[in-house]
Design a protein around this ligand. Structure first.
Ligand code: HEM
Length: 498
């Protein structure tokens, strides 16, 4: 009797799994897709090419679908729906329903835990509400001093060079900025070169990239048996112990500062100070681990993203001398009283052309090339039902190059973001994502980039040694250049105070 009952239950479970599976596949098979789809690998073999070629391969692939809207792409165990058009992206980004990040973010969890970028549900909501006021324009004003100081150091370092790969210099500058802004820690990487911490940050990011593109390495026990897995353990040890040490010191200083109500020495808050002081209603203050997750999330999200955006802007300007000249003129018009002074909030508002130039480079090279969510609530796009359990892939990189949205999408033309031409579908341009899970650091990044570029424009003119075709981007966790970004610099301001 028991055997029969067990057999009935097992058959019912098998039938339910089969029905669910077949329903799932039936829904997916309605989407435009490519063939062939191999067992186990799915479509992954179509992108099994060297890293620097993936961008072009995917672009050519999307081009075969003349409407650039939705595509089903099977990556081994992951069934991905690519959303490539503002109208197909909107139902995901604009709503509060599918806000959970995809399993493809798993490589980040070892370092970031469930900080703001990777958390979901009530934890994400509470943290987001708590952190949002710290990123308002006024609250960010206190960081202008840090941006100006580090930009001046960058200029000083670059004045000793004629031809440089600009990327590492910019990366050190943005790292020093974010370390100061987040932890109020000055590491002087710009002057002293990469520290153990800086090296561990770039190594960790490189390991995430390796892992994300290899489904076998996404399985924890396999990953940690490999040399790259062991390398990650070492990197994370360095990264976490650095942050933990700073939290410990700051907490002690806070207690000494009498319950943390006083401003810290130096007169301004770093993000870590706000976290130490924060209380979540009904839960109380954050633990050291809670703070570490958020601090490390800002470190990760807040330095490589701006470094890449600045680097691509410099690279593109070096390829477009007329735009570069116009921007230098704009700076002269703003700073005619003193070309050497610091940038302030009013100056930033006047940098209209510079803002358009940065926006246009983030269109072509959005720092976060692909965002991915888990479909937890089925919805419709273009008349097809997206089933629960798929990975929703939103690639600003390709959305921004959609020929149905942007005329001559591969042309660098900052005018696209000026005057009437700037009016377009609200989800056509999403380098900082959009909707409830957009980038909390957007204003911080925009201010930082304006200040750094303003100092560069007032002190140099430059040309790029390679063209866009010669330096294809690597579309990985961050849109990075695949080759050195060599720039020929000519100083235009001999004042050594800069
Ligand atoms: C040019 C610079 C930047 C770009 C292009 C950028 C872009 C983005 C994008 C696209 C997302 C959404 C990611 C996703 O859904 O997977 C995001 C999220 C986030 N960014 Fe940024 N970011 C930049 C700079 C910054 C800075 C400077 C900070 C902090 C100081 C920051 C902090 C964050 C955080 C915490 C999140 C997660 C927000 C949430 O889910 O609630 N970002 N960023």
């Amino acid at each position: 009797m028991l055997t029969i009952l067990l057999a009935v239950i097992l058959t019912a479970i098998a039938a339910a799994v089969y029905n669910y599976k077949s329903d799932f596949w039936r829904k997916l098979e309605k989407f435009p897709t490519i063939s062939p789809r191999y067992p186990f690998f799915g479509h992954a073999l179509s992108v099994a090419v060297p890293r620097e070629k993936i961008t072009t391969v995917l672009h050519d692939l999307f081009n075969t679908f003349s409407n650039w809207r939705t595509i089903w792409f099977s990556m081994g165990p992951y069934q991905c729906i690519f959303l490539l058009h503002p109208e197909t992206v909107q139902p995901v980004l604009a709503k509060n329903t599918n806000i959970t990040k995809s399993e493809l973010y798993k490589p980040l969890l070892g370092w970031l835990g469930t900080g703001l970028l990777t958390s979901t549900g009530p934890k994400w909501k509470k943290r987001r509400r708590m952190l949002t006021p710290s990123f308002h324009f006024k609250a960010l004003g206190s960081f202008t001093q840090t941006f100006n100081r580090e930009a001046r150091i960058l200029v000083k370092v670059l004045k000793k060079k004629k031809e440089v790969d600009i990327f590492p210099y910019i990366t050190r500058c943005t790292l020093d900025i974010i370390l100061d802004a987040v932890m109020r820690h000055q590491m002087y990487t710009q002057e002293k070169g990469d520290s153990q911490y800086a090296t561990a940050v770039s190594e960790a990011v490189e390991i995430f990239n390796i892992r994300q593109f290899n489904p076998l390495l996404m399985i924890d026990w396999i990953f940690y048996l490999t040399p790259v897995g062991r390398r990650e353990v070492k990197c994370l040890e360095i990264l976490k112990s650095f942050t933990n040490q700073i939290i410990k010191t700051r907490r002690k200083e806070f207690l000494e500062e009498n319950s943390g109500e006083n401003k810290p020495p130096g007169g301004r808050d770093a993000f870590i100070d706000l976290l130490l002081r924060a209380e979540i209603p009904g839960e109380g203050p954050l633990s050291d681990e809670d703070i570490r997750e958020e601090v490390d999330t800002f470190m990760f999200e807040g330095h490589d993203t701006t470094a890449c955006s600045l680097t691509w802007t410099i690279f593109l300007l070096g390829n477009h001398p007329k735009v570069l000249q116009d921007l230098r003129q704009e700076q002269e018009d703003i700073f005619h009283d003193s070309l050497d002074r610091d940038v302030n909030a009013d100056d930033m508002k006047e940098m209209v052309k510079l803002e358009a130039a940065i926006k246009e480079s983030l269109r072509l090279f959005p720092s976060v090339p692909i965002m991915a969510r888990k479909c937890e609530e089925a919805f419709e796009v273009d008349g097809f039902e997206v089933p629960v359990g798929t990975q929703l892939m939103i690639p600003p990189f390709y959305l921004h190059r959609n020929p149905l949205v942007y005329e001559n999408p591969l042309e660098y033309r900052p005018e696209r973001f000026l005057g009437e031409e700037a009016d377009r579908h609200p989800f056509a341009y999403v380098p900082f994502s959009a909707g409830p899970r957009n980038c909390i650091g957007q204003r911080f990044a925009q201010m930082e980039e304006k200040v750094v570029l303003s100092h560069l424009l007032r002190n140099f003119t430059w040309e790029s040694c390679s063209s866009m075709e010669d330096n294809p981007p690597l579309v990985e966790i961050i849109t990075r250049p695949s080759k050195p970004v060599d720039i020929r610099l000519t100083p235009t301001n001999q004042n050594d105070d800069e």
